[in-house]
Structures are given as C-alpha cells and as structure tokens.
Design a protein around this ligand. Structure first.
Ligand SMILES: NC(=O)C1=CN([C@@H]2O[C@H](COP(=O)(O)OP(=O)(O)OC[C@H]3O[C@@H](n4cnc5c(N)ncnc54)[C@H](O)[C@@H]3O)[C@@H](O)[C@H]2O)C=CC1
Ligand SMILES: N/C(=C\C=C\C(=O)O)C(=O)O
Length: 524
C-alpha cells in the first residue's frame, strides 16, 4: 500500500528566493542561539495543488507554522486566479460523466475513500496534530475518525433520498420532483477541524454528483493534501475533486467570484462570510454559511454536577476552545454557584496543556501567534473591566519543554464577575476562555442566553425533563444539547441562526443544498 508518509513527498525547494530566505532564517536562528547546520538545511514539506487528478506545483508559496514550536515547517501554494481557472476547467470536464454515474456507483467510491483514510488514520492524525496544534489524542479519536465517518455516512445516505409526488386526478395530472447535482461546488473550510470539516463538505457534494474545488485554510493544508494522494486509488476520477491551496483574499475570492461555480459552502468567521456574500451576490450563488457562536451552558440547581462539570470543561476547552460549538458562557443558578465555581476551577486546572504529541495532554497549542494574542487580549480586557480571572492566563504558570517555549500555548482560563455587556460575553473568542456568571430564574437566564448576536449551540443541565424541553425550545440557537455535549446526529439539521450562519448541513439538508430540485407535471 502506498505510504502517506510526509517524508515520502518531502520537497526541497531550490529557487534563488528560497536560498536567500534560508540564509535569512539561519541567521535569525543563529542569533536566537538555535543550532542550525548549513549542511542540514531543514527540509520543508512542500505541498502542491491537486488539479485534474495531478499534483501541480505553484510558483509562489506561503510559510506554514508548527503551532507547538512557532517554526516554519511547511510551504503551502499561494495560488491565485490562474490555478482556479485550471481547476474550473478540470471540474467542468469531469462533471458530465461523474454526474451521470448512479448513486450506487458514487457510493462505492466514497466507501473506498473512507477505507483508505481509515487505513492511514495514524499518519493523518500525526499530520493533523502537527499542523493544527491539537493533541494527537483528539486527532486520533475525533478528527480523523469523523472524516472517515463523513464519507461513510454520505455514501449511505445518498442511496435513501426520496422525491415527492402529488396527483390532480380531476385534471388528469401527476406532479413529481427530481433532483440533479448543481455542477461545480466551491468549498471553503477553516483551520480548526481541518480534515473533519473539509470532508463534511466534499463527501455530500460528490455523493450528489457534483465536482468540487476545495480551498482549505492556508494555516492547515497538510491533511487535505494527504487525502489527495488517496483519490485515484479510491476511484475518484480526475477533475472530480480539485484542491487549491492559498489565502482567502487571493485564491478564496477567485473561487467565490468565478461565474462557473454556482455554489459556495463556507465554514469560518462572520466577517469572511459577509465578504463571500458580497462577492457571490452578482452571480446569485447558493450559499451555505456555517459561522461562529457564543454558546451558553445553562446549569440549573438540580443538575447532576458529577456529569455536568467534566462535560462543561470539555465543551469549553476541547481543541483549545477552537470549535464553533464550544461553550464560552456558563450560567449557573445562584443556589449552586459557589459549589459549581469551586469544582469547575478545580477540574479546569486538571485539563492538561501539553505538547500536541503528548498522548496525555488534554489541550495543545492555539493555531497561530496572532490568534493567541487575540485570545489573550480578551483576558486583558476582562481584567481591565474588573472581572476576576480564577485560573489560567495570568494566574497559573505554564511549563513547557524549551523547544516549545515559542509555541502558541496558553492555559484554560475561567473568568467571573463579568458583566453581560462585556465583549468577553458578547464576542466569539474562539480560544480556551470561558465566563461563569450566576442567574436566578429560568425566564432571566433564557433572556440573557439569547441576548447575543450568535445562535449556534447551547447546553442545558437539569434533571427536570419538563424544564429541559421548555428551555430548549425557547433558546434561539440551531442546536441544543441537554445533559450532554457534541453527541452528533448527522441525519438531522446542523447549523446556526442569527449571525451563526445561513443554511443547515446533514443528510437531507446537505443533499438539498448540493442539488437543484425540479417539479415535473405530467398531463395524462
Ligand atoms: N468554524 C468556525 O466557526 C470558525 C470560526 N472562526 C472565527 O474566525 C476568526 C478568524 O479565523 P480565520 O481563520 O481568519 O477565519 P476565516 O473565516 O477568515 O477563514 C476561514 C476560511 O475562509 C478563507 N477565507 C478568508 N478570507 C476569505 C475571503 N475573503 N474569501 C474567501 N475565502 C476566505 C480562509 O482562507 C479559510 O479557508 C477566528 O478567530 C474565529 O473567531 C475561524 C475558524 C472557524
Ligand atoms: N463547524 C464546526 C464544527 C462542526 C461540527 C460538526 O459538524 O460536528 C466548527 O467548529 O467550525
């Protein structure tokens, strides 16, 4: 079996620009006292675009950093319009035959791809952990298994969709619907769950018969590139899946504004979603926008704290808090507030920050230096507003091996004594920071939970089943977990309301998004 080893495709870049850049970098390292041998010029992993079933080098590249060391370790294509044009040509050419295949034939290809991804699980998990900064354990147990499941799930669901039919016997008419693939699907995915969210878009798109042009985040491009090496063996024809790497403004916007790409599925930030909406508007493109959240956990006095506290620590800090579904506001009924706070802080301090390769670590490094500084700025702001930082940033000490001191690490941080009007209670921080505040009544907490512009996810903790149903129905969010978190039912709609996005993803929802429906009337 062909290995997926990253070293197998180590590319040493040779250009004049690289040698000058290497010299500059070695000089910086020497000044930083880092031993660096001239002969041992660090071999950088160099990715290539995947267009029309082939790897295509790009004449301009971006540095990609290992979040656990802060060092460049990979070069990512800095693609532009030219590469998008080539991908559109390939996707256009592949569409007729791929869309003409039966759902059964396409399903078999997706199952083979799932099998190949599963066989490479460890290599993919190692790569994802190094690229994104997440722990190897999370990559092994969540990211890559869900990527495999995404293909398996849509390989099955594509076989079970039904159409609609009505009769007008008095007019001798029969009406029925048919669905057909849209064409070339533009897919833009974020850096927090790289392969997990890329495959959550690729799988339903190609299952429905579309061809795709995908642009992963430039911060985390490696596992998408590794998946490309499996496509031919899985039986994915050239041009069906094209992956073009690069930045949002340069290559992302070229994809979004291309007239032959009638559909964009995007996951990421609200500001970028606004930009995508503007650029796609002239072409009336179909948009699916899965954005961020400011997700509340509501903990009533009759909650089972033995279950609630570990789950709420996980929902606050999993993946360094870099999941759109993470909890970042915790409302605790006043009668149990002190008890909860003491136990929650104690449990948070047990949430181990470590180097991503440490299997016992609960949390790794944040995605980038800029993101780390952005997250830290919220804590500074909270402190300036008079809030209390109970643990984490600025309270506890973080100890790391010397080679990781420049990594983007911080401790899980709990803030209290903070006002609802604070930016820490209103804005998506997207890091390991959560705020804990008390509430008195059910009516009060529902109003406060709903008072932000986001409406993605919520958790409700109570042993009163009537209250659970009542509160869940009143929360303005697309997802409500009660007495649990992140138990995912892929069959049902996934997505947010308000500023958390437009549209839903799931078995039926993704199928309807990636197809166009037609109503046919037969007069007999
Ligand atoms: N899943 C989520 O809800 C996510 C939310 N975020 C939020 O967004 C903030 C910024 O993170 P970013 O990585 O900058 O998110 P982003 O929304 O800018 O990036 C997400 C994807 O969109 C692409 N993109 C960026 N600008 C684009 C443009 N003008 N046209 C087309 N594509 C574009 C990026 O290259 C990436 O592939 C985070 O701090 C977090 O608050 C970020 C990632 C995931
Ligand atoms: N969209 C995100 C997570 C989706 C999770 C799922 O589909 O299970 C995100 O974190 O951005």
């Amino acid at each position: 079996m062909r290995t997926l080893g990253l070293e197998a495709r180590v590319g040493l870049t040779q250009g004049r620009e690289r040698s000058n850049e290497n010299r500059r970098r070695q000089l910086r390292r020497r000044k930083a006292g880092v031993a660096f041998t001239m002969a041992g010029t660090k071999a950088l992993l160099t990715l290539e675009n995947f267009i029309n079933g082939k790897f295509v080098p790009c004449n301009s590249c971006l540095d990609s950093y290992d979040p656990s060391t802060g060092e460049v370790y990979c070069r990512v294509p800095n693609s532009g319009k030219e590469e998008i044009e080539a991908a559109v040509e390939a996707a256009r050419a592949a569409f007729p035959s791929w869309s003409a295949r039966s759902p059964q034939e396409r399903s078999q290809v997706l199952h083979r791809l799932a099998d190949l991804l599963e066989q490479s699980l460890e290599e993919l998990a190692q790569a994802e952990s190094r690229d994104q900064g997440k722990t190897i354990t999370l990559a092994r147990t969540m990211d890559i298994p869900r990527s495999v499941q995404n293909f398996r799930f849509f390989a099955s669901s594509i076989l079970h969709h039904t159409s609609e039919c009505t009769h007008m016997d008095h007019l001798g008419c029969l009406h029925y619907t048919v669905r057909a693939p849209v064409g070339i699907a533009g897919l833009i995915s974020p850096w927090n769950l790289p392969l997990y969210l890329l495959t959550w878009k690729v799988a339903p798109a190609i299952a429905a018969g579309n061809t795709v042009i995908a642009k992963p985040s430039e911060l985390t491009s490696v596992t998408a590139w590794m998946m490309c090496k499996l496509l031919e063996k899985a039986g994915v024809p050239p041009g069906v899946v094209n992956i073009v790497f690069g930045t949002g403004p340069r290559v992302g916007e070229a994809l979004v504004s291309h007239p032959e790409v009638p559909l964009i599925s995007f996951t990421g930030s609200q500001p970028t979603a606004e930009r995508i909406t503007q650029l796609s508007a002239p072409h009336c493109k179909k948009l699916s926008l899965e954005l961020g959240g400011k997700n509340p956990a509501i903990i009533f006095e009759d909650a089972n704290l033995e279950e609630c506290i570990p789950t709420t620590v996980r929902s606050s800090f999993a993946n360094q808090g870099e999941i759109c579904l993470c909890t970042s506001r915790i409302f605790v009924q006043k009668s149990i507030y002190s008890e909860f706070l003491e136990k929650f802080v104690q449990a948070t301090r047990m949430w181990k920050v470590g180097i991503p390769s440490d299997p016992s670590a609960s949390m790794g490094a944040l995605i980038s230096k800029a993101h780390l500084e952005k997250v830290r700025s919220y804590i500074k702001r909270a402190r300036s507003e008079g809030a209390r930082i109970l643990c984490g940033e600025g309270v506890d000490t973080l100890s790391l091996p010397s080679r990781n001191r420049a990594g983007y690490f911080m401790l899980p941080t709990v803030i209290t004594d903070i006002k609802d009007e604070s930016c820490c209670m209103k804005e998506e921080i997207f890091g390991p920071v959560t705020c804990v505040v008390p509430f008195e009544s059910e009516e009060e907490v529902i109003q406060r939970a709903n008072s932000v512009k986001y409406g993605l996810a919520a958790t409700v903790w109570s042993s009163n089943v009537g209250r659970i149903h009542r509160v869940a129905k009143k929360l303005r969010s697309g997802l409500v977990w009660t007495n649990c978190w992140l138990i995912r039912e892929l069959n049902l709609p996934f997505g947010g309301m308000k500023s958390s996005g437009v549209g839903r993803e799931g078995a039926k929802d993704s199928y309807e998004f990636f197809t166009e429906v037609k109503t046919i009337t037969i007069k007999h």
